[in-house]
Structures are given as C-alpha cells and as structure tokens.
Ligand binder design. Structure first.
Ligand SMILES: *[C@@H]1O[C@H](CO)[C@@H](O)[C@H](O)[C@H]1NC(C)=O
Ligand SMILES: *[C@@H]1O[C@H](CO)[C@@H](O)[C@H](O)[C@H]1NC(C)=O
Length: 313
C-alpha cells in the first residue's frame, strides 16, 4: 500500500515535470494575448491537461483551462450609506478580465436602451454591448463571487443574478443620466406569475485605457464627507491607501463632481456596487448615473444586475 502511493506520487511529479517541459516550447508560439493568459496559469499546473498532451492527441494547444479562484480577496470601501454605494477593489482579476474579453469580443453590437417599455438605439447611449454566456466558467466564477457578496439580499431558488453584459465606450461615446431599475417590474419569462426588477448593480471596469469616461452619480453625496464638520482632510477614494503602497502617481478613485454628486474614474478590476430599489420595491432616483464621454482611448465594463422577484398579486 505504502509502496504503491510512493510510486503514484513519483509518477505524478515526473508527469508534471514532463508536462512543463513539453508545454514551454508550444507556449512561445502562442499569440501574445494567449501567452499572457497561459502565463498566469502556469503555476500551479492544473492536473487535467494530461489528456491533451501533444503526444497523445492532435488537439491544438488551447489556452489553459480557466481555474476559478473562489477565495480571491477583494477589498471594499463604503462610499454612501443611503442609498448604499460600495467601492470594490479588485473584484475581477487580470486573468478573469482577459478571459471575459476573449469570450465577448466577437459579440459587441450597438447598445440599446429601454424607453417607455420599448427597446431602442438612441443618442443617449452610444456605446456597444456584448452579452456573456451564463455557462462560461469565468462568467460563473465572477457571478458566484458577486452572489456571495450579496448575502441575504437574494433568496436562492427564487431570485437570480441575471444575464451579465459587457459594455464598451470609445472616444466621444457616453451614456446620459439613467437608472438601472425598471419603472415597471418585468414579467418573468419562466411561465411563473412573477415579476422582477434589478435590485442592485455591479459596474466593474475591465479596460481603463482612456481619458474621461468617469461614472457620475449626480445625487450621491459621500456620507463620510458629511460627518467631517471641522474641515478636516476629506477621504479621497483610496488615495491614502495608494500612498501607503508607495504608488508613484497616486490619484483619487473618485471625486466630488463640479455639478454635484460623485464621479468615479475607471480603474480596471475595480467595481462600483449600489442598491437600486427602496425597501418597498420602487426605484431609487438617487441612483441615477451617467457614463461621462470618453476624450480618447477605450473603456470596457461589466454590468451585473441581480434580480429580485415578486409574486404577481
Ligand atoms: C416607497 O419608498 C420610498 C422611500 O421611502 C417612498 O419615497 C415612496 O413614496 C414609496 N412608494 C410607495 C408606492 O410606497
Ligand atoms: C491606449 O489607448 C491609446 C489611444 O487609443 C492607444 O494609442 C494605445 O495603444 C492604448 N494602449 C493599450 C495598452 O491598449
């Protein structure tokens, strides 16, 4: 028995070394985006690619399978208590970002909006959007993380995370002030006599190579600022934290906007989370927000809109 497991262990480690040795020459032939992705997943090498070793199969080397890090640590900061707005640092990892972009890239089409119950293309929203498949491993990983964040806000087996979406802005593109909740809750499409609304929103930045493109909430006043009656230094969105980490050019993550409210600059991996609905289920106008125009570059973000369901009555 003992002999057997020793042999087994030796076999596995020899196999791992062999795999690493065999894989490296192939990796150098991969296009750069794939190489970047595979590079992040090299250590530890997952067990299951044994089946697709080039010796045993003619399957072309695919990017390493996505491995969900269910314990990925993110960090949160309160921005506003009422309505609740939370800034989330590093909600989405660089590896998840490349995988999500690769999945969505072919799907981008001009964004639509709903107005008076009708779906339209409009000058109010000039970005492009891409749906994401719910069964994609990276999408499931990120949605599970967001679901866990929501805790008691959703009821398992009743509410759901909703279909996630990517949105992309280029120079001059914007999304005028709007809200994410529906005026009239939507009918469930599962045949049940239920309606749903978007109880909360996660807006996570995936690509931030741009100037401009802040997300502006005209009616949100950072609560913490109000509690500072003697003109002490204001908390400026993670700035202190950046200074402590020794970042060369620390910049606040959000600022008070000249027309009121708060504006968040896009930072890849980070997300804004807020609650859309009042406890009685009606929409909270104070969550109105805009995607300010991009001066240049590219901004891509992921929308996650958890749905709360109501029984028809
Ligand atoms: C729901 O709650 C909000 C916030 O308290 C209130 O302003 C609104 O009038 C309420 N609406 C209904 C239909 O009860
Ligand atoms: C960022 O955007 C600028 C302007 O569009 C572009 O020239 C540059 O190549 C981009 N950089 C990266 C890393 O994508």
């Amino acid at each position: 028995m003992a002999m057997k497991s020793v042999a087994k262990a030796a076999g596995i480690s020899a196999g791992t070394a062999l795999l690493a040795a065999l894989s490296l020459p192939f990796l150098t032939n991969l296009p750069t985006p794939l190489l970047t992705f595979v590079g992040e997943r090299l250590s530890p090498v997952p067990d299951y690619p044994f089946g697709i070793l080039p010796f045993f199969s003619s399957t072309p080397i695919a990017p390493a399978p996505f491995v969900c890090d269910a314990t990925h640590p993110y960090r949160t900061e309160l921005v506003s208590l009422d309505p609740l707005v939370i800034y989330i640092h590093s909600l989405i990892t660089p590896g998840e970002i490349s995988a999500l972009l690769r999945t969505a890239e072919p799907e981008f089409a001009p964004s639509e909006v709903t107005k008076n119950g009708r779906t339209l293309n409009t000058a109010d929203r000039t970005s492009s959007s891409a749906g994401l498949p719910r069964d994609d491993p990276t999408v499931m990983c990120v949605l599970d993380r967001a679901r866990n964040f929501l805790g008691t806000m959703l009821r398992d087996g009743w509410d759901e995370m909703g279909p996630p979406q990517l949105v992309r802005y280029r120079a001059g593109q914007k999304f005028n002030v709007h809200h994410d909740w529906y005026e009239t809750p939507r009918w469930a499409n599962d045949g049940s006599m239920r309606r749903w609304n978007r109880v909360a929103s996660f807006f996570a930045i995936l690509q931030d190579n741009c100037t401009g493109g802040e997300t502006h909430f005209p009616y949100i006043r950072p609560s913490i600022v109000d509690q500072s009656p003697h003109g002490e230094a204001k908390w400026r969105g993670g700035l202190q934290d950046q200074i402590q980490r020794g970042e060369k050019e620390p910049r606040p993550l959000w600022r008070e906007h000249e027309n009121g409210g708060v504006a968040f600059r896009p930072v890849a991996g980070n997300a804004i989370f807020w609650i859309n609905l009042h406890p009685n289920g009606t929409g909270d106008e104070r969550t109105n927000h805009a995607g300010l125009p991009l001066v240049d570059g590219l901004k891509t973000a992921m929308n996650i809109w958890p749905r709360q369901y109501y029984l028809y009555d």
